[in-house]
Design a protein around this ligand. Structure first.
Ligand SMILES: Cc1cc2nc3c(=O)[nH]c(=O)nc-3n(C[C@H](O)[C@H](O)[C@H](O)COP(=O)(O)OP(=O)(O)OC[C@H]3O[C@@H](n4cnc5c(N)ncnc54)[C@H](O)[C@@H]3O)c2cc1C
Ligand code: SF4
Length: 329
């Protein structure tokens, strides 16, 4: 597969990166950010929505800071997984991403902004041409969505990144910077329910870092993932559960989020609220797992069928919450 031509820009600090982005945006020139390139470059090789300019963040040192409560967008997944500064559940999720080679290049920012995936989209150009394209990369043909046709402009490609559900449960704040200045928001508000726009990033904007609350170490929990091959595959379903202890009366606080099932990762606040009122251990976990199974809406665009992924999200929720039944929780 040949890489299509594009011009690579390599600013050495954040101001220069934003100045470049401002120039492109002002002149209506489309570009992509590239961090580790483990997602963007394979997509480019398959000629998926290629831009003629790419700005690399590899030399922007301001984005590499890593403390217990601050994670720069350019922190590599391998370092995140292996640092004792990382919350153990986040480290576990990072460790499950792809293979060690991909994790050494792949970054936190790239993982959060990962392009959504779909069986009809993540294919070679020849393959996609043979089915007359699809809406997300229609090559000027106005092709419809192959998964849910006649649904106007939406794309239901699946968000299959592992870090977001854990970070959402840890109440992470995401910080953005761009030509119009900086802004921050709850990570749960960052994602947008469309497989093409994916998130709230405006033209020229990038993710600089994530911050976690000061009490992050007080949360414990687990991350469970379903994938085809344990060695490196994307999540077909992923469940993060994080809680704070409350003696024998159940969790004082519980947060559960899923990935790999819809166009965005989802925090299941309503389902959790119902389950932890009148906490009764195993039964409450069963009720919660069933409520989450009912609430998720996977479509037929990844390896496993939607019905299997829904069945498995129930199993994964039970497994992720198993620590709640241990003595002292
Ligand atoms: C074989 C294989 C297996 C994989 N398995 C998994 C898996 O199990 N789980 C998983 O989560 N991922 C998986 N991935 C996807 C990918 O490797 C990781 O998600 C990785 O974290 C992406 O980071 P990156 O820095 O390489 O992103 P890039 O490829 O550089 O960028 C990805 C996207 O994010 C945008 N972007 C990057 N950084 C920023 C920023 N700071 N601000 C704004 N936009 C930004 C880019 O423009 C691009 O759209 C896999 C990839 C491969 C090739
Ligand atoms: S969900 Fe539809 S529009 Fe989106 S990538 Fe798949 S086939 Fe294309």
């Amino acid at each position: 597969m040949r890489m299509p031509p594009f011009k690579l820009h390599t600013p050495s600090n954040l101001d220069d990166a934003i100045t470049l982005a401002r120039d492109f945006t002002t002149n209506n020139i489309e570009f992509d950010w590239v961090a580790g390139g483990t997602d963007l470059l394979p997509n480019y090789k398959w000629h998926l929505n290629v831009k003629s300019n790419v700005i690399s963040l590899a030399k922007v040192r301001e984005l590499t800071e890593h403390t217990e409560t601050h994670i720069g967008a350019m922190v590599r997944l391998h370092n995140l997984a292996n640092s004792n500064l990382t919350h153990p559940v986040l480290a576990k999720a990072a460790e499950t991403i792809a293979s060690v080679m991909v994790r050494r290049s792949g970054t936190v920012g790239g993982n959060i902004c990962l392009d959504t995936r779909c069986y009809w989209f993540n294919q070679t150009e020849q393959w996609r041409e043979s089915i007359d394209w699809c809406h997300k990369c229609d090559c000027g043909t106005d092709a419809d969505c192959r998964v849910i046709p006649n649904q106007n402009t939406l794309c239901v490609a699946t968000y299959q990144a592992d870090l977001a559900p854990v970070l959402m449960c840890l109440e992470a704040t995401i910080h953005l910077a761009g030509p119009e200045g900086s802004r921050s928001m709850d990570l749960c508000d960052f994602f947008e329910l469309d497989g093409m726009t994916r998130n709230v990033l405006k033209s020229g904007e990038l993710v600089t870092h994530l911050t976690l609350p000061e009490d992050v170490a007080a949360w414990e929990g687990d991350y469970q993932k379903l994938r085809q091959r344990e060695s490196w595959d994307f999540p077909e379903a992923g469940v993060a559960a994080l809680w704070k202890k409350n003696g024998k009366r159940g969790p004082a606080e519980l947060r559960v989020a899923t990935t790999g099932l819809e166009s965005i990762p989802v925090l299941h606040s309503d389902e959790v609220e119902q389950a932890i009122t009148n906490w009764s251990g195993n039964d409450s976990i069963d009720t919660l797992a069933e409520a989450i199974r009912k609430s998720v809406k996977p479509v037929q665009n990844t390896w496993y069928t939607p019905s299997y992924r829904r069945k498995m999200v129930k199993v994964l929720t039970r497994r992720a919450c198993a620590g709640l039944l241990e003595e002292g929780n």
